[in-house]
Design a protein around this ligand. Sequence first.
Ligand code: NDP
Length: 301
Amino acid sequence: MYDIIILGSGPAGLTAAIYCARANKKTLIIAGDTLGGQTSEIANLENFPGYMGSGMDWIQATLKQAQHFGAEIAYTSATDIKCDDNFKYTITCDNGKTYDANAIILATGARARRLEIQGAKELVGQGVSYCATCDGFFYSGKKVLVIGGGNSALNDALYLSDLAHEVQIIYRKPSFTRAEAIVRDRVAERKNIKPVFNTELQSIRKKEDSETGELIATTTNGDEIVCDGIFVAIGHEANTDYLDESIKRDDVGRIASESLPSGMFVAGDEKSGIKMQVATAVGSGCSAAMDAINYVNTKEN
Ligand code: NDP
């Protein structure tokens, strides 16, 4: 029996683990299959105060800190959560085990929104990617498209422009008002990044006679763009599918903390209204942990 179980091993979950374990609460992190969530894919984390470096290095150092204070970690994912009449929680995981706790913190984050156009799903892994830092290397010297117009799309374009010969950013609006000015300026300075505004894709298919596996992206205007790879960065949806219908969520799966039962707390990208940043995830992980610690202390007395 744990005092507090934290679901998720991104910045929110690991920060919560540091606070809970350091408050001498028996703490378990249910990490998912891989450590760190989206932060582990950030090639260059440069807006977290006091740190500039790879996201994964930051995650590993933060996990080490949580473990130093006694937090345990299990690399598995929750499939079900039950709560009894005394608000004791039982979490069933895909490793076949169950874990009990007096309080739980949901910090399972968010995932990339999928591009729902013809061919996009079928070609994932064959030219269509959702992770520039994972797959960008395969497009060294080639021509790629980035779909989207937010910070993620522009950061992906910058990362890819160091590898690819040409990067086109396909965006449905007339300018990049959604992204931060510093990122927009960097994109504007890159000679091999070409924004294509007011444009949406309708379908993607393989170019039949191509020996190198080129793709043809067709726009809603009927224009065809030949490229070697397509990187999709069109926003995020919360990873909250494992929760039952009693936990109220918005249209992208985010949870309002006010709607949660006693002993259940939420932090990070799956929390309604949060700005998706490592710094905000850290703050909300800290806040959820302090609430959970207070709750457990009150329950014990
Ligand atoms: P955003 O929600 O900010 O942007 C999503 C983009 O995708 C928008 O430009 C949107 O267009 C476009 N889009 C959505 N659906 C479609 C579709 N079906 N077809 C084509 N385009 C589509 O998501 P991000 O992932 O970029 O960012 C999420 C959060 O994370 C933001 O708060 C962002 O600031 C933050 N972030 C911060 C970073 C940083 O370094 N500070 C890095 C990365 C993310 P439209 O504008 O028309 O709605």
